[in-house]
Design a protein around this ligand. Structure first.
Ligand SMILES: [Zn+2]
Length: 321
């Protein structure tokens, strides 16, 4: 039901909704980040001159150059199109059709990634992948695949009741988990050196609600499934760790909605692009949101979750991912 920490290398979720298992090895971020963004910005500008398509991912060779020049561990590479390797076990056709429609929308927004996507229905045992039986639930794992090769795995156990009832969570959870994949692309620190739960999960939760609103005509998911679980008294530093009660990430959702109330969700995306880690995130937060984290926490304890909604977040169709 609640988030827990588990074995190293996994980054996952469970409950009717989410849980995370993650790796906490620290890596050092260097000032070369600035150089990387300069290179990416220049490359992007050059690309934009030769293309009429506004939201085209950076060409891989440009990105590789930027990464080589700084010597950081490689972020997950982005491709133009959906390119995940699917490992589907007895998945119902109705789910597969929905999945491909949703993931096509998501790939157009967030890019394609060479990851493994594993899915199976809840009425059978979780499958064995790379010699190991998977844990149930829905999550993203950053472990290693066959031959020790680093592979990101997006795991989707299909909940039978959600399929029968056509529950929006069946679609939104795909958006939530795919956003975690995108987070790994923009900020490699998330795998090992950034673990602030309310920012990681709140961002994915707000994204999934925006996805339902902008692509699936479901407008009330944030209110009916997330914010109603928010606890204002929990608003603050205790939401930085995963070992806390946060039903359906309601409090984390409220915190991200409050942080973005002035600048929209774009500001949170810009925060992620600055590659926060456990050392620099408070400074980056203050730069982007114009309030210190401590002031923000104090402010949040006096805000009713009922005053928060998606209306000020902007449209996903307009976001610069
Ligand atoms: Zn999550």
């Amino acid at each position: 039901m609640f988030p827990w920490d588990k074995s190293a290398g996994e980054y996952s979720r469970a409950n009717g909704f989410h849980v995370i298992l993650e790796k906490r090895k620290m890596i050092t971020m260097s000032m070369a980040c600035c150089l990387k963004y300069l290179l990416i910005t220049v490359s992007w500008w050059i690309l934009s001159l030769s293309s009429t398509q506004a939201a085209q991912p950076l060409p891989l060779h440009d990105k590789a150059q930027a990464e080589d020049s700084e010597g950081l561990s490689s972020p997950l590479k982005k491709y133009d199109n959906y390119c995940a390797k699917e490992h589907f076990y007895e998945v119902p056709k109705a789910w597969e059709i929905q999945f491909h429609r949703v993931v096509s929308n998501l790939s157009q927004l967030l890019g394609g990634y060479d990851i493994d996507i594993v899915a199976w229905p809840s009425w059978r045992e979780p499958p064995v992948v790379n010699g190991k039986r998977l844990e149930g639930g829905q999550y993203v794992s950053g472990g290693h695949g066959g031959g020790g090769k680093r592979r990101v795995m997006l795991v989707l156990e299909i909940v039978q009741d959600e399929l029968i009832q056509e529950h929006p969570h069946m679609r939104s959870v795909i958006a939530h988990e795919y956003f975690h994949v995108y987070q790994r692309h923009v900020n490699p620190s998330i795998e090992e050196a950034f673990s602030v739960k309310w920012l990681i999960e709140g961002s994915a939760a707000v994204f999934e609600s925006m996805y339902l609103r902008d692509f699936e005509q479901v407008d009330d998911y944030a209110e009916t499934a997330q914010l109603r679980h928010a606890v204002p008294d929990d608003f603050g530093a205790r939401m930085e760790s995963y070992g806390n009660r946060d039903v359906n990430y309601g409090t984390s959702t409220a915190m991200v909605l409050l942080a973005c109330r002035e600048g929209g969700f774009q500001r949170m995306l810009d925060f992620w692009k600055r590659q926060p880690n456990n050392t620099n995130w408070k400074q980056l937060f203050e730069e982007l949101f114009h309030v210190s984290v401590e002031q923000f926490y104090r402010k949040g304890q006096h805000v009713s979750p009922k005053t928060l909604d998606l209306s000020r977040m902007g449209s996903l169709h307009q976001m610069r991912f």
